[in-house]
Each structure stands twice: as C-alpha cells, then as structure tokens.
Design a protein around this ligand. Structure first.
Ligand code: HMN
Length: 294
C-alpha cells in the first residue's frame, strides 16, 4: 500500500482552444506533474470536471494519462457517474488501461438511501478485480458516509481506502480507527493537509496540489520527519494561497489553470457552467503566483 502514501494531485481537465479534451495538453500536464515528483494522480474527479464530460470524453482522459504515465506513477481512476451502468463501463475501461485502483463518489442528484449507495459502490467493485477507494465528499454530493455504512463496505477486501473530503478532521481519525493501520485514508481538504496527516491520514488527494506541488511535498516531508512546527508554517502559506485562489470571480479551477499558464502549461479553461476568470481579476493572477514562488 506504500504506493498510495504521499502527495496525489487531482488531475485537471485539459482542453484545446475549442474546449474539447486535448490529448497533447493532457500529456503535457502529465509530464509537468511527473517531473515535480508527486506520488500519483487521481484522474477524472471533481477537479477533473468529470461531471461535465461525456462517457467518451472521460474514457479519453483516462487513456491519455495511462499511456503517458502507467508504471511511472500510482494512477487512480475516478469512475463515479450518474448511472451505475456508466460507472461500471468506466471501471472496466480503467482496468483495461492498467490503472492501480478505481474510486467513486456516491450516486448524485436524487437522495439515496444507504442501501442504494452500498449497492452502487458494490456493483462497481464487482465489475473488476481492482482495489477500490471510497470517495466521501458530502459538501458536493449531499451524502455523508456514516461509520455504519463504512463498516459494511470495508468487509469487502477490495476496499483499500477512503478519500475523505468532509471538513471535520475527526472523520479521518474515525475512519482510520475503524479500519485499522492497513487501510489508506486520504486527506481531502487541502486547507487541512497537515492536520489530516497528524490525525491519521496516510497522504492526500487534492485539487490545489497541481498548482503548488512543491509546497505540499515540503509539508509532507516535514510531517513525515515529525517536524510539526515547520509543517504548520507551510500549511499557513498554503492556506494564504488557497484563500487568494478562491477570491477571484471565476471558478477555483479556472484560476488554477490561469496560474499554470504562467508556468508555461496551457490546458485551456473550464467547461461551463464553471466560470472562467475575467476582467480585472485576470490581473490578480500574477500576484497570487508570486505568493507561491516566494
Ligand atoms: C477531486 O478532484 O476529486 C478533488 O481532489 C476534490 C478535493 O477534495 C477538493 N475538494 C473540492 O473540490 C470540494 C479539495 O482539494 C479542494 O479543491 C481544496 O481543499 C480547496 O478548497
């Protein structure tokens, strides 16, 4: 399970000038993150704008990333889709491509009972031989993973971890305490990476790692070394940057993509209804980048 412990950026959707998924730009972002020394990639999640992509587009992104990085980094495919059918198709495709693991949010839009969610996740797990990582993100899905449902899920040997994006850091501690040491808990909220690690997370999957991988790698180094004073300082710098990233008029991911552009990585903007940064706020991007570079 060592290959899951560390900094795993959530991969961004890469578009061409017309807003279509771009193979060359996807591969360019792969190379950029690989050279930064991250542990792996979480492909096609929230930060990957999966919810706005067709099945064919999601398959294309999974394929381009696998072709570029299979065997070099730990690759986790997010396959959660509105229907179980599409999720299963994506999971099988990820297995064909050689992904290390699959992961999924609970089903969305309708309010689902715990038994429906259990069934949904189990059908995805049954579809392949791959390890499965539960994705708990109540602030966007409206579904809060209870300890009872968690206990039922981890009876299945395929479940090797949970990516926990709920805000209480205590949830990380509870999942870890319930599942034991040989189970991976990923920290979700980037603003709490250091706290998440200290309370029991083994690593993290995050939407802002890609724009400041150096800082998260440094925070991780300090936490592993038990140097909490320095880890806390890095987290403080990270949070100043996240607050700035979230202060512009576009979506967080369009701000991040504008910043990557300043680093020479062109991956387009975001797909509507996500909004692009516009007007005066575009002039603030360089200032936020300076926060990272210092
Ligand atoms: C994903 O692509 O699935 C992301 O890793 C989700 C991740 O947990 C992010 N949460 C949300 O987007 C709601 C965070 O990394 C988030 O971007 C960060 O904490 C800044 O608020």
């Amino acid at each position: 399970l060592e290959k899951y412990k560390g900094i795993i950026p959530a991969f961004y959707a890469c578009y061409d000038e017309l807003g279509e998924i771009s193979e060359s730009r996807t591969k360019e972002l792969c190379n950029y993150l690989y050279k930064k020394g991250v542990k792996g990639l979480y492909v096609g999640g929230s930060s990957g704008e999966c919810i706005y992509h067709s099945l064919e587009e999601r398959k294309a992104t999974l394929k381009y990333v696998a072709h570029q990085l299979k065997g070099k980094l730990t690759l986790i495919a997010h396959v959660g889709a509105p229907s179980t059918r599409d999720s299963v198709i994506l999971a099988k495709y990820a297995e064909e491509l050689g992904y290390d693991a699959v992961s999924a949010i609970p089903p969305i839009y309708f309010k689902f009972s715990e038994s429906s969610v259990y069934k949904y996740w189990t059908e995805i797990m049954d579809a392949t031989k791959m390890p499965f990582i539960i994705y708990n993100i109540p602030q966007t899905t409206g579904f809060d993973l209870s300890i009872n449902l968690f206990k039922r899920l981890i009876e299945n040997q395929k479940v090797i971890g949970v990516k926990n994006s709920s805000m209480p850091v205590m949830d990380i501690e509870r999942f870890k305490a319930t599942a034991g040491e040989d189970f991976i808990v990923f920290n979700g909220p980037d603003e709490q990476y250091v706290s998440g690690r200290i309370i029991g997370a083994d690593g993290g999957i995050g939407g802002t790692y890609g724009v400041m991988p150096e800082l998260f790698l440094m925070a991780e180094k300090f936490v592993s070394a038990g140097d909490f004073e320095n880890a806390r300082k890095i987290q403080h710098d990270i949070n100043d940057i996240i607050v700035a990233l979230c202060s512009l008029n576009g979506s967080l991911y369009s701000t991040i993509k504008e910043m990557l552009k300043l680093n020479g990585v062109y991956i387009g903007s975001v797909r509507a209804p996500l909004e692009s940064v516009s007007g005066d706020d575009l002039n603030k991007i360089a200032g936020i980048k300076a926060l990272i570079d210092n």
